[in-house]
Ligand binder design. Structure first.
Ligand SMILES: [Fe+2]
Length: 497
């Protein structure tokens, strides 16, 4: 076979040629061995046949290689399509803007075979473009650039034109200072504006350093297709985020209106919320449940709006009649929250919130539910609620010493509380518990740096407070905590416990 015939063949396709060559060699050696002992004429005929067979095999081999090459080309052609499909699919699963941007940038990078992808979102009120995901820039998750700046991204947003630069350093629009500050080396750049349905620019897709050469016209087409899909998703996620922020702040404000009726309960709802979230995260509760937990904990005592202040603020122990009035708040919480049009995802908030005084042995109120009939999230809130009540000053008693608090929490396991929730609470790092515990107390005293409790679990700190011998590095923990815990306690409150 001549060199000129070889040069017209398709390129080598991994695996196929080697296997086929071996088979051809085997066929040759078996055909040649069949010539042994035959006459000259017979051998010539035999050799002609062998040549014909070899040619046929060679043709088959070339056909197979062409087919494999075409398949590979087809796969390469379809790769962007599968990337588009994955982004569209993400619409159904990613509501949150940050996760959506993560998916989009990851898929774009694969789709266009490039080294880096950033989605810049235009914040019109600030005249800035920000990107939440700049891959490879660890610790620089948010980059902001002015819309009127000289960067390629800014120009793309202002002009709403695609910018395709094959060699960044040979193009006057590229600012090498960006590379200097990040340590990255930009080669090729493709920027595509992201437009909303009204044709207004809402952001820019920037992809950098195409593998194997500059970005092609086909890349531009694919990226424009992707930005068209992404624009709708991003607008939707932004709207969702705004609604979520509004709901969050509204519920927080509603909860504060109850807490702030009395200076002694100020911050109670938010502290219970934050303790609950720490327990929930420690128990790996799924994201959707974490949201239900947050809103339920925030609103758990909202029903107190229906309890007379004279009873809520009474100095001293309550009469049975007064206690019955206070108990009503769980029922009122349910009734009031049931009037709010929670989304389907948050539909269980009224029920979860109203079950925070249920006890796993069935002796709680107001439904008297038992064990697994009490929503798990309510069992978390119950732990957080009692812990905050005991570690706060009340009208009828002072802040309770931690050894006593712990005695109540531990003795409540599996009768009042779900045992695993108490255990999860005790596993929280102590500095996190303290940060919540000391928030919104209104005391002005100097507090120690709570980072000193960083390597200690709440469980270990309780052990130290209960007299356990301090190990290396634990010497000051007990004294520092007690100084902080007892600081600013009103001297005129008498403990009735
Ligand atoms: Fe309550």
């Amino acid at each position: 076979m001549t060199a000129s015939k070889d040069s017209g063949r398709p390129k080598y396709v991994k695996g196929s040629r080697k296997a086929s060559s071996t088979k051809t060699e085997e066929a040759c050696s078996s055909a040649l061995s069949s010539l042994e002992g035959k006459g000259a004429e017979e051998q010539v005929e035999e050799l002609k046949q062998i040549q014909t067979d070899l040619n046929k095999r060679e043709v088959q081999l070339i056909e197979r290689e062409i087919k494999a090459l075409r398949l590979q080309e087809e796969l390469d052609r379809l790769r962007p399509l599968s990337g588009l499909y994955r982004v569209v699919k993400a619409m159904a699963t990613e509501r949150r803007l940050d996760s959506l941007l993560d998916v989009i940038t990851r898929e774009t990078q694969m789709m266009l075979k490039c080294d880096r992808c950033s989605v810049f979102v235009l914040e019109a009120t600030k005249q800035e473009l920000w990107t939440q995901v700049a891959q490879g820039l660890i610790g620089h998750r948010m980059i902001r650039i002015p819309l009127q700046g000289t960067s390629i991204v800014s120009e793309c947003a202002r002009t709403a034109q695609v910018i395709n630069i094959p060699d960044a350093y040979a193009d006057g629009r590229f600012d090498p200072e960006v590379d200097k500050s990040t340590g990255y080396h930009t080669q090729s750049v493709l920027c595509v504006p992201m437009l909303n349905r009204s044709g207004e620019v809402i952001g820019v897709f920037q992809v950098l350093n195409k593998v194997g050469g500059p970005f092609t016209n086909e890349d531009e087409d694919w990226l424009q297709g992707l930005t068209a899909v992404a624009a709708g998703l991003i607008e939707q996620a932004q709207a969702y985020q705004e609604i979520e922020r509004f709901v969050d702040k509204t519920l927080e404000t509603l909860a504060q209106t109850i807490d702030r009726r009395d200076p002694l309960t100020a911050g109670h709802s938010m502290r219970v919320t934050n303790y609950s979230l720490l327990v929930g995260q420690g128990m790996s509760i799924p994201d959707d449940d974490i949201d239900v937990l947050r809103y339920s904990a925030m609103m758990h005592d909202y029903g107190k709006i229906g309890v007379p202040e004279a009873v809520l603020w009474k100095n001293g122990r309550l009469t049975p009649e007064e206690y019955a009035l206070v108990q009503q708040h769980a029922n009122i919480t349910y009734e009031l929250l049931s009037n709010l049009p929670f989304t389907r995802r948050l539909a269980s908030v009224p029920f979860v919130a109203s079950c925070h005084h249920e006890k796993v042995d069935g002796s709680g109120y107001y439904r008297g539910l038992k064990g697994d009939d009490i929503p798990f999230l309510s069992r978390i809130i119950a732990v957080a609620d009692v812990f905050d009540a005991l570690t706060s000053v009340r009208h009828y008693r002072n802040r309770m010493p931690i050894d006593k608090v712990s005695e109540i929490m531990m003795s409540g396991k599996d009768n009042h509380f779900e045992g695993s929730c108490v255990d999860a609470f005790y596993q929280i790092p102590a500095h996190r518990v303290i940060k919540v515990m000391e928030s919104e107390r209104g005391t002005k005293e100097e507090r120690p740096d709570i980072d000193m409790f960083k390597n200690t679990s709440w469980n270990r700190l309780v052990e130290l407070l209960c007299g356990s011998q301090p190990k290396k590095g634990e010497d000051n923990l007990k004294d520092s905590f007690e100084k902080m815990y007892n600081a600013g306690l009103p001297a005129d409150y008498q403990s009735l416990d």
